[in-house]
Design a protein. Structure first.
Length: 376
């Protein structure tokens, strides 16, 4: 019994869910039930309801999201499902059920964007979605009526909008491999041919739904991060050059800042956020203070307020031009300065001045060392 409880706790902690575990969540819609109505905004600026698909012979509702690697792995297949069956009278609509406030930063390590409505627009554009992508994270009213247990979770309704199939899309998460069972397609084909659906319900595998009530996990994370130790060490120009050689196996982001630099102070929380997002995936954030060495305690106080628990340094040489040359001879000297270095010392990003955090997160995520679990 204790082992079973440990498995449940671990499943909740990493965000994966299988209905066989009986974890808490809304009850999944029963086979034969009517399709619950909804009124949800789409990334295309339109509002959708069941009536929007009234002419469809079959309505396919897929619960998916941005951050989940399993959901990402199925994006191409949902697009293919849409293109293959649209001419046969099948409509596909995707709904994101996740409340962004219940998504921990360290759960975003497998994505360049989160699950907010604005970020859904980015993902839909980047991946050229050919189906409506709707947001239900604000209220989750419609999603709780359907009761998805993970992303992705598919629901297939006939012309009378009776549920004929719910569960997985197929049985192979990795899009590079061939599924053994095309469950969703089998169900659609059966309905189109006026046959009974042989398999009406399957288990699903993926990331658990981030219901609003799960926001308690966010507070627990904040407490955990706040208790991480924050230190600052001195470093000279040789030490900086060694950092830039990056003999580690991690993608290293280095930011040069100072307590007296307004833009540095303004943007610094973004680096802490990136560190929390990607540090479990072969990423490291290093800060280097350009304050006078005598201001080490002031720099440390700032870092503690920011909860910057990664490697932090203060340049211990009065000659700031040595700092400039050690970091990057092309750097003109204005703060802040940010540089991204791959293992082996290859610089893939260098920027003087305040960063665009969305752009930098995308560069980090798109690096071969990070990225999606299943590369396209």
């Amino acid at each position: 019994m204790k082992k079973f409880l440990i498995i449940i706790i671990l499943a909740q902690a990493i965000g994966f869910y299988s209905p066989s575990y009986g974890l808490d969540g809304p009850k999944t819609l029963a086979i034969g039930a009517d399709a619950p109505d909804f009124s949800l905004p789409g990334v295309d600026g339109k509002t959708y309801s069941l009536a929007s698909f009234k002419n469809a012979k079959i309505l396919v509702v897929v619960f998916m999201c941005n951050h989940c690697p399993t959901s990402q792995a199925y994006e191409g297949r949902v697009k293919k499902l849409t293109s293959d069956y649209t001419s046969k009278g099948v409509s596909v609509v995707a709904i994101n059920p996740n409340n962004p406030s219940s998504l921990r930063l360290d759960e975003l390590g497998y994505s360049d964007v989160g699950d907010s409505f604005e970020e859904m627009k980015i993902r839909a554009k980047d991946k050229a979605f050919n189906f409506p992508y709707l947001y239900d994270g604000a209220t989750e009213i419609a999603s709780k009526k359907y009761g998805p247990v993970a992303t992705p979770h598919i629901f297939i309704f006939d012309k009378d909008r009776k549920l004929r199939y719910e569960g997985r899309i197929d049985d192979m998460e990795n899009p590079a491999k061939t599924p053994h069972s095309q469950d969703a397609r089998n169900a659609i084909d059966a309905i189109l041919e006026n046959r009974e659906v042989t398999v009406t319900s399957t288990k699903v595998f993926g990331c658990s739904i981030k219901w609003a009530e799960k926001s308690v996990w966010i507070e627990k994370a904040r407490i955990q991060w706040a208790n991480e130790p924050v230190n600052i060490d001195t470093i000279d120009d040789k030490g900086i050059k060694d950092l830039l050689k990056n003999t580690s196996d991690k993608l290293r982001l280095i930011n040069v800042w100072a307590t007296w630099c307004g833009p540095c102070v303004e943007e610094f929380p973004e680096f802490v956020t990136m560190n929390r997002m990607y540090r479990d995936r072969g990423f490291e954030f290093v800060s280097i203070s350009a304050d006078d060495p005598s201001k080490k305690e002031s720099a440390l106080k700032f870092l503690k307020r920011q909860q910057a628990s990664g490697p932090n340094y203060i340049f211990n040489v009065d000659d700031k031009y040595k700092l400039i040359e050690a970091i990057d001879p092309k750097w003109e000297g204005a703060l802040p300065y940010t540089i991204l270095v791959e293992p082996g010392g290859k610089v893939v990003y260098a920027h003087q001045g305040i960063i665009d955090p969305d752009q930098l997160k995308k560069i980090i995520f798109d690096d071969p060392l990070i990225g999606r679990i299943y590369k396209e």
